[in-house]
Write a protein that binds this ligand. Structure first.
Ligand code: HEC
Length: 335
């Protein structure tokens, strides 16, 4: 009896592998990723730095509305340490040597009613020969998405999580490492991404900007998590033996807790990288959003190339994905 059961189980696995999506049938969206320098949430939302801040606030424009085409130029200015925004002085004063400003990524999706796959394809920039900050992982790809509840995520993708006082950002505070909450929040190298919903206050203009230490109570954070006010996070890392990450961002960047991510794979063919995330449509763990038809999900993604770490990544602006939704930037079509 046991042998028969095993045979059936194996056949089951075989057919699951055969049902891999046909990517030639899935619509592809070309999305630019660029080196953003230290232009975090407080910078982009303050008019004296970024003249468009009032359009973001008053007109509800998305970042991509203005920058989908010129994201390449933003990255180019940042890596060249040129002045950006309204300032005369450069915002990025220490760009990694030889870093390319931007490159395009092709994003596709597919689902079968129970699970979905997101696929990212791109030519990674050539190694610059500089120091590897994360020698274990040549490449990391991280996706964050919101279920229409996080303030600003519809406009800015990941920017709701990116603040001037995160580790490696200009206003980072080393005190985060010794904060009583440091262990629980994973702050061994300093404060990590958070949402303003998790803080009692956020300083927008005066240095130090941000609100890393203005944490709300544990009960308030739990309530936000229950309301779905978090960014679901998935990460694939290229290092040998590294496991895919299924986490979320709310009071900090949590690198575990999720159970919806079934598989993440990446491979390099010549210069071309292909990375896929397979995820159940249901919310199966802590910090997992359920994905249902009939609404868009706001997402953004980051690519750490050439052993980069922390803020030294390429990022996309905010886009949407949706199940069988031709209006979404990435239409995840049933196959
Ligand atoms: C209404 C159009 C508009 C929107 C929306 C907009 N920007 Fe900008 N952005 C600009 C303009 C124009 C500049 C050029 C300098 C300036 O005026 O600040 C700029 C400059 C920048 C720069 C500095 C690079 C440079 O060329 O000066 C960054 C980084 C940036 N924007 C990021 C963002 C992000 C992130 C968002 C969304 C949260 C966003 N922008 C939304 C129009 C916009």
């Amino acid at each position: 009896m046991k042998k028969i059961a095993l045979a059936i189980a194996l056949t089951g696995l075989g057919s699951a592998a055969l049902a891999a999506p046909d990517w030639s049938k899935a619509p592809a969206k070309k999305i630019p990723v660029f080196f953003p320098g230290p232009a975090g949430y407080e910078w982009v939302m303050t008019k004296s730095d970024h003249s468009a801040a009032n359009q973001l606030i008053e007109k509800g424009r998305t970042c991509a509305y203005c920058h989908d085409e010129d994201a390449v130029e933003i990255g180019g200015k940042m890596v060249a340490a040129k002045p950006v925004g309204n300032a005369k002085a450069p915002l990025e004063t220490n760009p990694p040597t030889g870093k390319l400003g931007a490159f395009p990524v092709s994003v596709q999706g597919s689902h079968d009613g129970k699970k979905m796959t997101l696929r990212f394809e791109f030519d990674a920039p050539k190694p610059s020969g500089g120091k590897k900050m994360d020698p274990k992982n040549d490449l990391k790809l991280t996706v964050m998405f919101d279920d229409n509840k996080v303030d600003g995520a519809r406009q800015n993708g990941c920017w709701s999580t990116c603040h001037q006082d995160l580790r490696t950002m200009p206003d980072a505070n080393d005190a985060a490492k010794t904060n009583p909450k440091a262990k629980a929040l994973g702050w061994s190298d300093g404060a990590t991404k958070y949402l303003k919903e998790s803080r009692t206050a956020l300083e927008m203009k005066t240095k130090p900007r941000g609100g890393w230490d203005k944490l709300k109570s544990d009960a308030e954070i739990d309530a936000l998590l229950k309301e779905g006010k978090f960014m679901d996070l998935m990460q694939w890392k290229s290092g040998k033996g590294e496991k895919p990450v299924d986490g979320y961002v709310l009071d900090a960047r949590h690198m575990e807790g999720g159970k919806s991510l079934l598989k993440a794979e990446g491979k390099k063919e010549g210069d071309k990288w292909v990375i896929t995330f397979e995820r159940s449509l249901s919310a199966d763990g802590k910090g997992d959003h359920a994905i249902t038809a009939g609404k868009p999900y706001n997402f953004g993604f980051a690519i750490h190339t050439d052993g980069a770490a922390a803020r030294f990544h390429y990022v996309s602006l905010g886009y949407t994905f949706g199940l069988d939704d031709p209006k979404a930037d990435v239409n995840i079509v049933k196959q």
